[in-house]
Design a protein around this ligand. Structure first.
Ligand code: ZN
Length: 249
């Protein structure tokens, strides 16, 4: 096994703690072993990009494709002669890893923070930002919108408008739970901007309510996070919610 060049390549990476990682294992097992060795979590909505090396994302995709083919087999779908499903396993694997769940496997988008040179301290609202995610219970789509309110202070860092959407997309492109998704986004923005107050309202359709289960097509889930001055100052909170409401319909 030591003759395997991939084993040598992975041993040559100095920044990772030694873990029982062997190139003979599938990529998912190697990545999992590194996460365990680091004592970290790998829930559906966690980002695990720092544990993925080299071409392992391609290996993961091949692995998911093979498993997805087995799922289709168990669903008794003819993937050999049905022209519609011959490539389905491949498409789904690609969609999971490169598109809808890529927020688990890729590093955070680069965001430049600017010092608040003008000492802006007025309420700023960004939105609606279109949200596409999936519930981690059924892997059904979640489609919605969110609004972000920021109350900066003179020590806050500011980020470009488009970056809010990029960061939101990175958090949402994972199997999520809406309440946890907005909390993760709030934590990320808090860390980047360090504002006096931060507010997020998210409103979304959950396809596991509409496509399956109770088939309630009109139900939306709305939730919010209020931090700092939005928690302490009822007027500020009211102003934010009124401005969001006015733009909702
Ligand atoms: Zn669900």
């Amino acid at each position: 096994m030591t003759a395997d060049p991939r084993a040598l390549a992975s041993d040559a990476r100095p920044h990772l703690a030694p873990a029982p990682v062997s190139a003979a294992q599938p990529a998912s097992a190697r990545i999992r072993a590194r996460i365990h060795a680091a004592g970290r979590r790998f829930n559906a909505n966690d980002n695990i990009s720092e544990f993925i090396e080299g071409d392992e994302l391609d290996e993961l995709q091949a692995e998911v494709e093979a498993r997805m083919r087995e799922v289709l087999k168990s669903l008794v779908i003819d993937t050999e002669t049905d022209h519609n499903t011959q490539e389905t396993a491949k498409r789904v694997a690609k969609m999971f890893l490169n598109e809808v769940f890529r927020g688990r496997y890729t590093m955070a988008p680069a965001v430049t923070e600017f010092p608040n040179v003008e000492h802006l301290n007025e309420l700023m609202i960004v939105g609606p930002i279109t949200i596409r995610s999936a519930c981690s219970h059924h892997l059904c789509p979640i489609m919605g919108r969110l609004w972000i309110g920021v109350m900066p202070n003179q020590h806050s860092d500011l980020i470009g408008l488009s970056k809010y959407a990029r960061l939101a997309d990175w958090i949402m492109s994972r199997p999520q739970i809406q309440e946890e998704a907005v909390t993760q986004l709030a934590n990320l923005l808090q860390e980047k901007i360090k504002p006096d107050g931060l507010a997020i309202v998210m409103e979304a359709d959950h396809f596991c309510m509409q496509w399956r289960g109770v088939k309630d097509v009109d139900s939306k889930m709305i939730n919010s996070v209020m931090r700092g001055s939005f928690l302490k100052d009822a007027n500020l909170r009211r102003e934010f919610l009124a401005l969001v409401d006015a733009r909702k319909s």
